[in-house]
Design a protein around this ligand. Structure first.
Ligand code: 5RP
Length: 230
């Protein structure tokens, strides 16, 4: 699938999601290229007079939102978010997600959890049944990265430390943690993996979003498909 076709599908999905935003809502602003399209479309509606408050899930989404004229707040001032629009790296038929390709999984999950509704927007290449085809990111406190990596190896989950473009400096998250990408082709039992990861001290969060998405909107050709958890 070409990048142009993917972008076309992302725009279609983002348009539908942004049309669901109403006056005076507190809106969670996701991270990544698809969420960025939604933020830009939301900025257009704000320019036309829509009054909303945005809560960003990353420094980058805050930067884009500010550029688009969207008023920003945070969870300390607005702990309840009406609607969050975010992207995903993979989703399955049960609306289970792998997220964190852009490294913003921790803030994304916190904002998603604070949201009454989480809408995921994507292109059709992100759909995978069974879930997989993308490394599962795990955010780790830097001092724990060696033991956590060794423990994950023992569990049968080899991982790679995410590095910057120079090929060796660890890429830091917005919370100055590091990311281990688990090399799992197919996540046969996402719930079991999530429980295993949650039980390891040093792991701050993982990129499996289970039971969180209320709706997935994905472009397929010139159409938008709506999926809700069964
Ligand atoms: C960032 C994310 C993104 O939502 C995910 O990586 C999708 O990005 P894109 O829309 O660029 O494909 O989880 O942490």
């Amino acid at each position: 699938m070409s990048d142009d076709s993917k972008r076309h599908e992302k725009i279609l999905a983002a348009k539908v999601a942004v049309s669901m935003i109403d006056e005076a809502m507190v809106v969670g602003l996701g991270s990544g290229s698809t969420a960025a399209i939604a933020i830009e479309l939301l900025g257009e509606r704000v320019e036309q007079g829509l009054d909303i408050i945005g809560v960003a899930t990353s420094k980058e989404s805050a930067r884009i939102a500010k550029h688009c004229g969207i008023r920003l707040s945070d969870l300390s001032h607005h702990p309840k978010v009406d609607l969050t629009i975010d992207g995903a790296d993979r989703f399955d038929a049960q609306c289970r997600l792998i997220k964190g390709g852009g490294g913003a999984l921790l803030h994304e999950k916190i904002v998603a959890f604070a949201s009454k509704k989480l809408i995921i927007i994507a292109d059709s290449s992100k759909r995978r049944d069974p879930l997989g085809g993308f490394p599962v990111p795990v955010e780790v406190v830097p001092m724990a990265v060696v033991p956590v990596k060794e423990y994950l190896d023992q569990l049968g989950y080899p991982s790679v430390l995410r590095v910057r473009d120079d090929g060796h400096t660890p890429k830091l998250t917005d919370e100055a943690n590091v990311i281990l990408d688990l090399k799992i082709d197919v996540v046969h039992d996402p719930e079991k993996l999530a429980l295993q990861l949650q039980s390891i001290p040093g792991i701050v969060e993982h990129g499996l979003f289970l039971g969180m998405a209320d709706m997935i909107l994905f472009g397929e050709g010139d159409h938008v498909i709506e999926m809700t958890p069964s």
